[in-house]
Write a protein that binds this ligand. Sequence first.
Ligand code: 1GP
Length: 236
Amino acid sequence: MIKKAKKWRHVFKLDPNRRLSDLALEKICQSGTDAIIVGGTDGITFQNTWQLLERIQKYQVPCVQEISTMKAIVPGFDGYLIPSVLNTDQAKWIHGAHLEAIRRYGSSIPWEQVLLLGYVILNPEAKVSRLTQAKADLTEEEAAGYADLVENLFRWPVLYVEYSGTFGEEKKVRAIRRKLKRTRLFYGGGITNEEQAKTMARWADTVVVGNVVYTNVEKAVQTVTWVKETKLQEKG
Ligand code: 1GP
């Protein structure tokens, strides 16, 4: 299942720690998005993650968990996304927590269902930025350096440009995109209207939409069409 992530064009990210009505959830699940990511930065528990998964499982849409804390890993998702934050000095967020999980769960980890995401956080105000002590204030060249790191040195499958909560700078996203050939680019952050959705859909293979689900679900649903009707720029 997680191999299908290579084809995702649009995904929603739902936060188990935020309320969403049944009707809104139905609209999101039936929007035509390629997948739902369940995850968030704070207040994530086994229970709220489990409850959200159960509600989403009534629908056909694939549903994966983005793991942010070991305590809330829930079996039953179609796949698991494992973030590794690259622009931090805190080893915990790069690979420390990951090693701890491997030590604890070792042989029972379903590796074929796991996808690694190399995170570059570019919004200094985002909660995730403060939590991971990310050096988010990067120049265009510095940001592009991370793209080289992920594409050419690490050869990781995905680079996730995270602007969580604010719309990103197109120039930086474009500079990152230009370095990537095999690595897939995920973009997330601040998409609330057509222009924003289309701008980032030109550069990012996969566009992640989160917050607007909770503030304007109709707009959120429209982002699926806006992203999918936008032509992705050629790579490299
Ligand atoms: C958050 O990248 C996602 O992790 C989406 O960002 O919530 O700002 O849409 P928004």
